[in-house]
Design a protein around this ligand. Structure first.
Ligand SMILES: [Zn+2]
Length: 377
């Protein structure tokens, strides 16, 4: 059913077009033509202008050949770097780059699998519902494209994002995350001449850090302080230190609690650090920048999209394993905007490294599964 040669040719064509985030214009042009040839109505939104990419998100619509709820299929067209002059190499059924760059199977394998599935639907005259294929930009830059997507343009209420490693795996849960920067301000003084007149921002930070729980907080929650910058010289009591960190949790309440706990501890230590010099009382202070990085994803095991995927897997005698992910993806954004979406594995491996690879067999398998999913939608 799946045309293995067509899968390879399609992958080589796409992987050979460099498409690092913000420079998706060329692959977008290619995909526009490819999806038009397949019979889709293709349009782009204005996300590119807003975030500084030379392409918008692409939406390709297939009207379908049977009635039913429209289905969303989504992938991203950008890649991480190094991605200058990517040359896909096929050896023993496995694609790699020539060695100097990433391969871009993340996420072009998913795009190839969608195209192959649609080719097969047409060839085999398999009836299918309306499909909305959303190919986003700048996923690798913090889901920037999906965050700018105009959801009023979508009619699908459920779907699949093809964008995770391995094969026969479906991700239905992912944590939400907060990122933060905390600046602590003390008072500068010469460390040798008048240390009594200074308040060390580094010391306040150390006292707070000694109390803040980090690492795996519970089975749903993690916390990290990833960078610390501050101070000017060994003979100056440091006036400023900046901490950057994150909290992730599968539960929004725990995310909030853990984030508040960190901020409260720093606040307490900042409040304690006062200093009276003569008439004057000096105090430390702080500033917080808090950013909600991505919302949580929780698709129930009995959700229609998961049932369809499990039935499709059973039909192929390939049980699909549900899993939790450790990070956000475009699917988090779709779910947060009312499109119930899970993530399907495309076969990609060693992603975000120059050792990235993908087996042709796995792209064939994923395409086959996708045909069965669409057939059942
Ligand atoms: Zn990806």
């Amino acid at each position: 059913m799946i045309n293995r040669q067509r899968v390879c040719d399609e992958f080589i064509r796409q992987a050979s077009i460099d498409s690092p985030s913000f420079k998706e214009g060329e692959i977008a042009q290619y995909l526009e033509n490819r999806f038009r040839d397949l019979g889709a109505a293709v349009e782009f939104d204005h996300a590119g202008e807003k975030i500084g990419s030379n392409s918008g998100n692409m939406i390709a619509r297939f009207s379908g050949t049977k009635a039913g709820e429209p289905l969303l299929l989504s992938v991203h067209m950008d890649t991480v770097t190094p991605a200058d002059n990517v040359k896909p190499v096929l050896n023993d059924g496995i694609f790699t780059s020539a060695g100097e760059t990433i391969l871009g199977g993340d996420d072009k394998s998913g795009i190839v699998e969608i195209i192959e599935a649609i080719e097969v639907l047409h060839e085999q005259k398999i009836p299918y519902v309306a499909l909305e294929v959303v190919v986003t930009i700048c996923e690798e830059q913090g889901l920037l494209g999906a965050k700018q997507l105009d959801f009023s343009q979508l009619t699908a209420k459920y779907g699949v994002v093809l964008d995770t490693t391995g094969i026969d795996i479906v991700v239905n849960r992912a944590p939400a995350a907060n990122r933060f920067k905390i600046d602590i301000f003390g008072h500068e003084a010469h460390a040798g001449i008048c240390p009594e007149q200074g308040i060390s921002a580094i010391q306040i930070a150390s006292r707070a850090l000694a109390r803040i729980p980090l690492g795996r907080i519970d089975d749903e929650t993690t916390a990290n302080i990833g960078t610390i910058h501050g101070g000017l010289a060994s003979n100056i009591i440091p006036k400023q230190v900046s901490l950057r960190g994150e909290v992730r949790s599968h539960t929004i309440d725990k995310l909030r609690q853990q984030t508040e706990l960190i901020i409260n501890i720093v606040e307490e230590e900042v409040d304690k650090a006062t200093l009276t010099v003569g008439e004057e009382t000096k105090r430390a202070s702080m500033a917080i920048e808090l950013k909600e990085d991505f919302p949580p994803m929780q698709v129930a095991e009995d959700a229609p999209i998961l049932q369809i995927i499990h039935e499709a897997g059973a039909a192929l005698n390939r049980p699909q394993e549900s899993r939790a992910a450790g990070g956000g993806s475009d699917a988090s954004i779709f779910n947060n905007n009312g499109v119930e979406t899970v993530i399907m594995a495309t076969g990609m491996a060693n992603v975000h490294t120059i050792n990235e690879q993908i087996a042709v067999d796995d792209m064939v398998k994923a395409s086959e599964l996708l045909v069965e999913i669409i057939r059942r939608a």
